[in-house]
Design a binder for this molecule. Structure first.
Ligand code: NAD
Ligand code: TYD
Length: 368
């Protein structure tokens, strides 16, 4: 039986991970921790009183609070998701990324070292750090995919802050013997993703009849993985990963952005065609009038320093952990669209307030 501390539990992947874990490991205790920034939503998690789950509102930089929680809940496993995660925000305001992703990760490492190692051999423990493929930089069209051996070359402040955190995690293993593992995963999609990231943003904008802003020529490539497959990879790293190792995780699923946006438009057009209730609920969507959502596509100025291509070679994760994605892109996108259509109140509530103000400031009133 494990006692897990999940940081960033109220974010996109953290919330999916908590739900995944509680369903598969009902004997374990999960303490979900989150500072509830604009990206964290308590409503994405199971309610208070759910068997095996507790939520605590705290900041990973609050070392005293983390130490108390680790002692009180006999934490033996940390799964560290908490981060500032949006590249565009890191371009407009990098400070928060340095604070949370670097200083915050270091705060957690210090506490884990104190609690687990200072009193002698603590028994089996694991600090799992959830990182990104963006630390490796950008690939050309014919370059081989990223592996664990690819040198770091982060290009955005987000990627640089995650790379710094990855190095700190490694150093706490090499220097102090902290039992750590790291996964560097490709782009995730699925339920509970904040509509500032490509796939949910395009879905909710199309439903609202707002422009679909495609950066540059739309030819940038990402390797997409359904979020539950990422959760499974982390579970496998906890169960079978070796302390000190890193694992590159991806979906063998490269798409240009424009191809994804066109696919989403086509699938929404088809859903509206087959379902008159959708036409009534989302009257501003072009598909409600029998038009295609594609007419909302708007090519806009490119992101600064926009990485051209990410792609992961997950051979080590497959060999060492037995990781194989179970969702196809077709099935995963289908589940994702259905989820956003069925959870309108979730995405409306998370897009209120500070997020809307931020979008207006950076993209103009029409997009907000
Ligand atoms: P997210 O932005 O949806 O969630 C991040 C969560 O961290 C939010 O709930 C936020 O409130 C919380 N948080 C932020 N600062 C905090 C602090 N100081 N203390 C406590 N909590 C804090 O991000 P996500 O997409 O769920 O990503 C989770 C992790 O996975 C990140 O570390 C990210 O780098 C990594 N990752 C994401 C992807 C992806 O495609 N989304 C891919 C690979 C890796
Ligand atoms: P994003 O979801 O922000 O993830 P990341 O930058 O971490 O890969 O963006 C995915 C791709 O989609 C990226 O190439 C930028 C592009 N993009 C757009 O073209 N328009 C948008 O409005 C957004 C948010 C992203």
């Amino acid at each position: 039986m494990r006692h897990l501390l999940v940081t960033g539990a109220a974010g996109f992947i953290g919330a999916n991970f908590v739900r995944y874990w509680l369903e598969r490991r009902p004997d374990d205790d999960v303490l979900g921790l989150d500072a509830l920034t604009y990206a964290g939503n308590r409503a994405s998690l199971p309610p208070d009183g759910h068997p095996g789950f507790r939520f605590v509102h705290a900041d990973i930089l609050d070392e005293a609070a983390i130490e108390r929680l680790m002692q009180a809940h006999a934490i033996d496993t940390i799964v560290h998701f908490a981060a500032e995660s949006h590249v565009d925000r890191s371009i407009h305001g990098p400070d928060a990324f340095v604070r949370t992703n670097i200083v915050g990760t270091h705060a957690l490492l210090k506490v884990a070292r104190r609690v687990w190692l200072d009193g002698g051999d603590p028994g089996p423990r694991r600090f799992h750090h959830v990182s990104t493929d963006e630390v490796f930089g950008s690939l050309g069209p014919a370059d081989p995919r990223f592996t664990e051996a690819t040198p770091f070359a982060p290009n955005s402040p987000y990627a640089a802050s995650k790379a710094a955190a990855d190095h700190l995690v490694r150093s706490y293993h090499q220097t102090f013997g902290l039992p750590v593992t790291t996964t560097n995963c490709s782009n995730n999609y699925g339920p509970y993703q904040f509509p500032e990231k490509l796939i949910p943003l395009m879905l909710v904008n199309a439903l609202e009849g707002r422009p679909l802003p495609v950066y540059g020529d739309g030819g940038n490539v990402r390797d997409w993985l359904f979020v539950t497959d990422h959760c499974r990879a982390i579970e496998l790293a906890l169960d079978h990963g070796r302390a000190g190792e890193t694992y590159a995780v991806g979906g063998h699923n490269e798409w240009t952005n424009i191809a994804i946006v066109r696919l989403l438009c086509r699938l929404l057009d088809e859903s509206f065609g087959a379902n008159p209730a959708l036409r009534r609920r989302f009257a501003r969507c072009p598909a409600a009038r029998g038009d295609s959502c594609e007419r909302l596509i708007a090519f806009v100025a490119d992101r600064l320093g926009h990485d051209r291509r990410y792609a992961i070679d997950a051979a080590k994760a497959e060999r060492a952990l037995g990781f194989v994605p179970q969702e196809t892109f077709e099935s995963g996108i289908g589940k994702t669209i259905t989820w956003y259509l069925e959870h309108e109140s979730w995405w409306r509530s998370v897009m209120d307030g500070s997020y809307r103000a931020w979008v207006e400031q950076h993209y103009g009133r029409e997009s907000a």
